[in-house]
Design a protein around this ligand. Structure first.
Ligand code: ADP
Ligand code: MG
Length: 255
């Protein structure tokens, strides 16, 4: 039997009160796929990632992880996963990297990377520390283990956040505008890390405003407009020969 996609979003609808933010979205990421999500501010990109990572529940449709649907109970706003163990397993397998890094300010960089493997996955401390040092080396800040987040540049903090996500050994990485809080010269050091992860064959869902990044790393690009997929395809198709007026406008506005 064919392997299930790592992430499969089927007909996802999400409302906040009267506001329908996602109006039926389908996205699939097979193992090793890099899927980028582009679209104007407010088009629902962060909401979509938050639904994938079970930070939000949806009103209709499914998010499947390796073919497995989440068991929700109840309806409407009171819906929550009936199976907490399932939620934790899925969430730890889909590590998220946020725009604002979200490192723990009172912990050193090493402690930030070790924390969840020890407390959530139950790894022993020596093992978790060795792994954390490896991941910090991998993102090029192995010499920053003992400092606190405030002592690092934004680019270094974001690389620490990526190391922290990798330390969970997730099946997929979710990025929400990972470079948009950074100065242009610091963006590049984070982009290099993301490109290296793509080259390793990691499964990633990347929300980005950086069209060069989306063009260079993606297998598939999805353009979201007002909660619906307006156009999608290979990076070449989406960026070189956009079909819809809205995508053409969106791309030329960014130039
Ligand atoms: P994007 O990431 O594409 O900029 P978002 O997913 O953050 O878009 O937001 C999509 C829409 O949903 C926006 O109109 C936003 O104001 C609204 N929204 C997002 N989160 C909430 C929330 N928690 N409560 C109410 N409205 C929200
Ligand atoms: Mg957003």
């Amino acid at each position: 039997m064919a392997e299930h996609p790592v992430i499969e979003i089927q007909d996802l609808h999400k409302c906040y009160g009267e506001l329908e933010v996602l109006k039926g979205v389908d996205i699939k990421a097979k193992r090793g796929d890099v899927v980028s999500l582009i679209g104007s501010s407010g088009s629902g990109k962060s909401t979509l990632l938050r639904c994938v990572n079970l930070l939000e529940n949806s009103q209709q449709g499914e998010v499947l992880f390796e073919g497995e649907a989440v068991h929700w109970k109840g309806s409407g706003l009171s819906r929550h996963p009936a199976n907490r163990a399932q939620m934790i397993r899925i969430r730890t397998n889909l590590s998220m990297v946020f725009q604002q890094f979200n490192l723990w300010a009172h912990m050193t960089i090493l402690q930030n990377v070790m924390e969840a493997p020890v407390t959530v996955l139950g790894r022993n401390k020596a093992e978790a520390e060795a792994a954390a040092r490896r991941y910090l080396d991998k993102v090029g800040i192995g010499d920053k283990c003992d400092v606190y987040p405030a002592q690092l540049s934004g680019g270094q903090q974001q690389r620490a956040a990526i190391a922290r996500a990798l330390a969970m050994e997730p099946k997929a990485l979710l990025f929400d505008e990972p470079t948009s809080a950074l100065d242009p010269e610091l963006e590049q050091e984070v982009i290099r890390v993301i490109k290296a992860l793509a080259a390793e064959g990691r499964t990633m869902l990347i929300v980005t405003h950086d069209m060069n990044l989306a063009h260079d790393v993606s297998d598939h690009v999805v353009f979201l407009h007002q909660g619906l997929i307006e156009e999608e395809g290979t990076p070449e198709a989406v960026f070189d020969t956009p079909q819809s007026n809205r995508l053409q406008q969106f791309l030329s506005a960014g130039k």
